[in-house]
Design a protein around this ligand. Sequence first.
Ligand code: BJW
Length: 228
Amino acid sequence: MSGPRVVVLTGAGISAESGLSTFRDSGGLWEGHDPMQVATPEAYEDDPALVQRFYDERRAALAHVEPNAAHHALARLERELGDDLLVVTQNVDDLHERAGSRRVHHLHGSLHSAWCTACDVRHPWTDALGDRPPCPACAEPELRPDIVWFGEIPYGMDLVEDALDTCELFVSIGTSGVVYPAAAFVLWARGTTLELNLEPSAGATEFAESRHGPASVLVPAWVEELLG
Ligand code: BJW
C-alpha cells in the first residue's frame, strides 16, 4: 500500500498571523491561568465551567478570523498533489479546511466537535458548551470539548505512523516541538525533513533543514519551490 509522499505537520504558529494565540509565545494568561494548565483532564475535573469557558471563547473567536497565506499555500499544494499530501495538524481550529484543504487530520481534536462522556458519541458542534446543552443522542448534559488533553491519546496515530513510515518528505510548520508524540514525528519520518518556524524549535537540530521566519512568507515560498 502506498501512502502520501509528503506529510506536513502544523502547529499553532501557522494560525498566529490569522490572529489566534499560540500556546507558548503569548506569555499571557487566560483569566489568570496558564492555558497549558487549563487544557488538561485534571482542570476539567476540578472546574468544568472554567475549561468550557476557555473552549467556548476560542470556538467563538473562529468566527472572526480567516485563513492566512500559509493555509492557502497548503491548500494549493493539495490541489496539485492530491493523495500525495497529508496535513496532520495539532490545531483545533478549522483554518486549513476553510482555506480549501480536505486531507487534514486533526491529531488533537477539533473545536467544532463535542464528545458526550455519557454515551461516547461525538457530534459536529458550533455553539457554546458551557451552558450544558443535552447530548443530541442520549439527552444527558455531559458534552465536553472533543479535544485531546495531556495524558489522552491523540487521534489516528496508526494513520499518522503509516504515513510517516512511507513519506519522502516531512515538513513541520509553526510548532514548538515540545509536545509529544508530534515532537517525535521528525524522528519517525522515513524521508527527508524540513522545519519552517519563526525561530528554531526544541527539535530543530533533528531536521535536515530549518528555515526561520513567518509562516505566511515561508510556506508559500516553499510550496512554490516544490511545485517548480
Ligand atoms: C510561528 C509564528 C509564525 C509563532 N510563523 N511560526 C515526558 C516526556 C515526553 C512526553 C511526555 C512526558 N510527560 C508527558 C508526556 C506526554 C505529553 C507531553 O508531550 N508532555 C510534554 C509537555 C512534555 N503528551 C501527551 O500527553 C499527549 N498524549 C500522549 O502522549 O499519549 C500517549 C500516546 C501517544 C501516542 C500513541 C499512544 C499513546 C497528548 C498531548 C495533547 C496536547 N494538547 C494540547 C491542548 C489541546 C488542544 C487545544 O486546546 O488547542 O494541544 S497542548 C498544546 O500544545 C496544544 C497544541 O496542539 C500543542 C502543541 O503546541 P504548538 O502547536 O507547538 O504551539 P506552541 O505555542 O507551543 O508553539 C508555537 C510555535 O509557532 C513556536 O515555535 C513559535 O515560534 C512558532 N510561531 N508565530 C511561524 N507567524
